[in-house]
Design a protein around this ligand. Structure first.
Ligand code: TRP
Length: 361
């Protein structure tokens, strides 16, 4: 049977739900890893626009706008469209199909106990008013990942529970349809005839970046974010809001506070970080303003080149360019995902033939 072949480099799949522009929490949590990993992996970066509908089904315009924004932010951050593939979730039918099959392999209560899902219901105050489709997104996320049969899934800390569920699904599928024992070591599933390898999560350097409220995780819905596209002036204004409760330049400070999480996350010179920590902890004539100025300088170094690349993608010409990339990448992504679906359906005795998918404007 002539299954489309795919590259032999180890693969990565990860993604974001388009809920707004990307921020510096995304950068240290995952994006920075992604840019680096492009050298050694075939990377697939998902735009989870179908998931966006699980909480915002009534906002199609916003979802479309956010999807394009994120695609632009990624390109601006250094994702290389020649080497890496942007995956537009709604144009990859294999993801939706695999979601159905995987939903049968997960006990309903197992899905509802997923801690990330539970936290989200709480934080977004969904109560018991969420749609049937909302918890389904966690099953969908298993399909997002496994459709690309990746080795690694670089994510922020909050996503690890999802990756754990995805690993369970892969084991159950392999056991149910190819009789690979669930106790089999992660790396041995494929060699023993499993359809899916067991992917591993890779958490970024900073798993959880606090927002500018100094407390909660940086998150657009909490209004405590610094966007990758913020101007120098906006960044300074937002940093100025971080309140540590420290009274004077000579008061010994707490270097586990939000400010110092930023110091360690963004100041690249370890000697500089150590010096700031030492002086702050001792209250050696160093104010919060001083620390913030150093953070601003460091952020500027990271964000200035992104801002420049991003400006080139603004406006209608930028939109056209991004749409062109998305269409080309959809074909690339479908080549891999359709291959996976074919393998999975064959294992499930659903092998009735191959089909072709092609994107047209
Ligand atoms: N749920 C993820 C988030 O909100 C986004 C996401 C969707 C994802 N599918 C994925 C992340 C697959 C990693 C892999 O950030």
């Amino acid at each position: 049977m002539n299954v489309p072949s795919s590259s032999q480099r180890p693969r990565i799949l990860t993604g974001d739900t388009p809920t707004g522009r990307l921020h510096i929490g995304h950068w240290v949590g995952s994006l920075e890893n992604r840019v680096r990993l492009q050298d050694d992996y075939a990377c697939f970066f998902l735009l989870a626009n179908m998931h966006a509908f699980t909480t915002r089904a009534d906002r199609p315009d916003d979802i479309r706008r956010d999807t394009l924004e994120i695609a632009k932010d990624r390109l601006a951050a250094g994702i290389d469209p020649e080497r890496s593939t942007l995956v537009l979730e709604t144009e990859i039918p294999a993801i939706a199909e695999l979601s159905w099959y995987f939903a049968m392999l997960l006990p309903f209560n197992r899905v509802m106990r997923n801690p990330t899902l539970k936290t989200e219901i709480e934080v977004k105050d969904l109560g018991d008013r969420y749609s049937f489709g909302f918890p389904l997104y966690a099953v969908g996320q298993c399909a997002d990942i496994l459709a690309f049969r990746p080795d690694l899934v670089p994510v922020g800390e909050d996503q690890v529970a999802h990756i754990e569920m995805c690993r369970e699904v892969a084991r159950r599928f392999n056991w149910t349809y190819t009789k690979v024992a669930p106790e089999m070591a992660d790396d041995d599933h494929l060699a023993h005839g499993g359809v899916f390898g067991i992917p591993k999560a890779l958490v970024g350097r900073v798993g959880r970046l606090p927002g500018t409220d100094g407390k909660n995780k940086m998150s657009k819905s909490l209004g405590n974010v610094i966007f990758l596209t913020d101007s120098t002036k906006e960044i300074k204004r937002k940093l100025a809001q971080i309140y540590t409760g420290r009274q004077s330049m000579t008061e010994p400070g707490d270097i586990t506070n939000a400010l110092f999480t930023y110091v360690r996350a963004f100041i690249k010179d370890p000697a500089k970080v150590a010096e700031l920590e030492d002086r702050y902890a001792r209250g050696d004539e160093i104010g919060d303003g001083h620390v913030k100025a150093d953070i601003a300088t460091a952020l500027e170094e990271t964000l200035a080149p992104m801002r420049e690349r991003r400006a080139a993608l603004d406006g209608p010409a930028g939109d056209a360019r991004v749409l062109e990339i998305l269409r080309a990448h959809t074909d690339r992504a479908n080549a891999v995902a359709e291959e996976t679906l074919y393998l999975a359906k064959t294992a499930m005795r659903l092998d009735f033939g191959l089909r072709d998918l092609r994107m047209r404007p």
